[in-house]
Design a binder for this molecule. Structure first.
Ligand code: 1HN
Length: 348
């Protein structure tokens, strides 16, 4: 492959003339924007241990009242993108949020899609589009684009959860904004369209008179059901295969949200699996147990509530180091986005 011309090869007066005209020569930058065979991700494999994160988050609870924060969050920022960009990967934002007993995070809606994975604590709730969703450890709660949401806490201990948003992408598209609102009149989830109605796989609530027409019919995915499903799937899989589920919209069978994909995985005691190289970046978060994650020449020993992210286009090895306990993981990736854009790749 011949080397392409550099900027320095061009006479300064020519470069200055181009700059004045808002013009740029392509060839000095062509290899940078389109490297050979595989991208050069800015996303670095990064591990955020929960113990140190929690310590700083509890300090934020003392330093900053909720009224001064609206959302009291420490962002899990990838150094490869620059911490100020608040990106875990090209399209994924991660934040750990703290709500203290009695606090209220006021109602708003925004264009980025969010989900919460509850990490610790009892008694908090999120009201999404009027549906009050209790927050219990391991639950996944959606707040898709445009839906009103607010958080409250009637319990006695701090509650902490992981927020996953597609904010970096929506911001890049210059489509990110929010609207503040009034406290929602929350109704307990009920009726065919509310989340608890989707209790069993393969059967769909079918109102006799009116078909459900909500774009996001299921907002809360209780951990007890997901864990149960994984444990049953694991009974049927061999040792090379991890039990995995995708969080889907039960009315359409498609991914739960439009841009990011959400999954849960179980590794049996001692189990190791290799995930093939895929184009999207992936986030791993430990719900129960522990897991070693090896990717991009890094090895992270994740324990309960730890989070890491790995860039796309590389294989990922997962290993449950326990010889007695299973490991349960929550995963988020940019899969739906890559598929919709026709960019999705899996490499052997
Ligand atoms: C947001 O609305 C929440 O509602 C959490 O809890 C994190 C990060 C960026 C933009 C909006 C929330 C967020 C956020």
């Amino acid at each position: 492959m011949t080397d392409l011309g550099r900027l320095e090869d061009l006479p300064q007066d020519y470069r200055d003339a181009l700059t004045r005209l808002n013009l740029v020569p392509l060839w000095p930058s062509l290899r940078g924007v389109m490297p050979a065979h595989t991208p050069r991700p800015q996303t670095q494999a990064t591990h955020w241990p929960y113990a140190t994160l929690k310590e700083q988050l509890l300090k934020a609870g003392e330093l900053t009242p909720i009224e001064k924060a609206e959302r009291r969050v420490l962002v899990l920022a990838n150094p490869g993108h620059g911490l100020e960009k608040m990106q875990a990967s090209a399209a994924i934002y991660l934040g750990m949020q703290l709500l203290m007993p009695g606090e209220w995070a006021p109602s708003h809606r925004h264009t980025p899609n969010a989900v919460r994975m509850v990490v610790e604590g009892e008694g908090a709730w999120t009201t999404v589009d009027g549906e009050r969703c209790p927050m219990q450890r391991g639950d996944l709660i959606l707040t898709p684009t445009g839906l009103w949401h607010e958080h409250g806490h009637d319990g006695s201990e701090p509650v902490i959860w992981l927020d996953v948003l597609d904010l970096p992408l929506v911001y890049y598209l210059e489509a990110s904004y929010h609207v503040n609102g009034e406290r929602q009149k929350s109704r307990a989830a009920s009726g065919a369209q509310a989340s608890p109605a989707y209790v069993a796989a393969g059967v769909l609530p079918t109102p006799v008179f009116a078909r459900g027409n909500k774009r996001y019919p299921m907002l809360r995915y209780p951990w007890s059901s997901t864990r149960d499903a994984l444990t049953k799937i694991a009974q049927t899989t061999d040792d090379q295969t991890a039990a995995q589920i995708t969080y889907i919209n039960p009315e359409t069978g498609e991914d739960a949200e439009n841009i990011l994909g959400f999954y849960a995985m179980m590794l049996k005691a001692g189990q190791s699996v290799t995930l093939p190289a895929r184009s999207p970046a992936t986030v791993f978060h430990v719900i129960e147990g522990s897991c070693a994650v090896t990717a991009a020449s890094q090895r992270f020993a994740l324990t309960r509530a730890d989070t890491c992210c790995v860039p796309g286009y590389g294989a990922v090895q997962l290993q449950n180091p326990s010889s007695t306990e299973p490991a349960y993981l929550f995963l988020a990736d940019e899969g739906p986005l890559h598929r919709k854009l026709g960019l999705y790749e899996e490499r052997p």
